[in-house]
Design a binder for this molecule. Structure first.
Ligand code: FES
Ligand SMILES: [Fe+2]
Length: 384
């Protein structure tokens, strides 16, 4: 096993399991490397958008943002504009926010409620319904009737799961549950439909999206980056990694929770469970509440980081007031910890094009990064 360079504390932690069966279970992949240019090359970036993002299920808005029929929200990532609209029967449909006459943006704004169930293009007045179908066109008889009869904005696949709407831009990808696989089975345990999306923040980072994903999928930076905030609580050296391509996850023991459970307790009840829903959504879960964030590529060197705090029903034995206070405090802690990560990540942006950039070294404790880059490599290889 290759020890992580320069980090004595981390080396100590990994050394304790070297050579044992435990070490294989804790760190299932050998060390690996990745060329730093894969983070900065514009052609690679375009391949990732096309080959990775255009075929994945992507988590969009909280379902509660469009709770009632007529509510809509516009997804504005990956150079796309997609209307997500709650239908009269309670279902959700999504469609490209592009007028099919001459390509104007159809729905302005980020979110709202459409009482009439009709959206009017601001350019020449085409009118569409909540499903994206054309309902009225001025000068209709002046158009080619074959072209205008069944006109609609192209639909986008949408599914609701875990309190969010998910989108998929490909018709070839299987349904969301199949796509999420083991990660979905893991997440089912929490009953996320009963959780509220109570907190949120977003910011733009000066870094490639994969740098940001990498930063949140290993624990051994904790004693350095999060010395004051996490290192005493999170038993980062005992994290156990699991790879379930294209996703991955890990369990992390935490003081005050893991020690209150027997060894054979369900890991989701006794640990922080941390999931990557490939390619860009992370869940960091306690049994009763969680933080979850998505990293959207916004150019080779920019990432839109969108985070939410979700809170489950108030546990027995705690007053509602205390539960709110506790969750407010946890969300504040999460923001403090995330800003420690984001400071480092933004620093990466200032050296991204340095001639000193070479190959990145992933150690065994960074096995989830190895799996992630292996998957990206597979999907973006020539001919893939
Ligand atoms: S572009 Fe929408 S009506 Fe002309
Ligand atoms: Fe961190």
């Amino acid at each position: 096993m290759q020890a992580p360079p320069t980090a004595q504390a981390a080396a100590d932690a990994t050394a304790t399991t070297t050579g044992s069966r435990d070490s294989i279970e804790q760190y299932p992949l050998p060390p690996s490397t990745v060329d730093s240019r894969s983070y900065t090359d514009p052609a690679q970036y375009r391949r990732e958008i096309e080959k990775v993002f255009h075929s994945a299920w992507l988590r969009a808005c909280p379902a509660s943002d469009i709770a009632n029929p007529g509510d809509w929200s516009v997804f504005s990532e990956l150079d796309q504009s997609i209307v997500i609209a709650r239908q009269d029967d309670g279902s959700v449909l999504a469609w490209h926010n592009v007028c099919q006459h001459r390509g104007a943006r159809l729905v302005a704004g980020e979110s709202g409620h459409c009482e009439s169930g009709r959206f009017t293009c601001p350019w020449h007045g085409f009118i569409y319904d909540l499903t994206g179908k054309l309902r009225f066109a001025p000068m209709k008889t002046a158009f080619d009737p074959d072209r205008i009869a069944a006109l609609r904005t192209p639909p986008v696949r949408a599914e609701e799961y875990g309190g969010f709407v998910w989108l998929c831009l490909s018709s070839d990808t299987k349904d969301l549950k199949t796509y999420l696989g083991d990660i979905g089975t893991e997440l089912d345990w929490f009953g996320l439909e009963t959780f509220d999306v109570r907190y949120r923040f977003d910011l733009v980072l000066d870094a490639n999206w994969k740098v940001v994903v990498d930063a949140f999928n290993e624990t051994w930076h904790v004693p350095f980056t999060h010395q004051a905030t996490l290192s005493e609580i999170v038993q980062w050296g005992k994290a156990r990694l699991r790879i379930c391509d294209p996703h991955s996850w890990m369990t992390i023991p935490v003081k005050g929770l893991t020690d209150r459970h027997p060894d054979d307790a369900d890991h989701r009840a006794s640990h922080i469970t941390h999931y990557l829903a490939f390619p860009n959504t992370i869940y960091s879960n306690f049994p009763t509440h969680l933080q979850t964030w998505t990293m959207w590529p916004a150019g080779p060197g920019k990432t839109h980081f969108v985070a939410y705090g979700m809170v489950g029903p108030c546990p027995e034995g705690i007053s509602e007031e205390k539960w709110v206070r506790q969750n407010d405090r946890d969300w504040q802690n999460f923001q403090d910890v995330a800003s420690e990560d984001c400071n480092i990540i933004n620093g990466w942006g200032t050296v991204a094009h340095s001639l000193g950039q070479g190959e990145y070294l992933f150690n065994t404790a960074e096995g989830r990064l190895t799996a992630f880059h292996r998957e990206i490599g597979r999907r973006t290889a020539a001919g893939a």
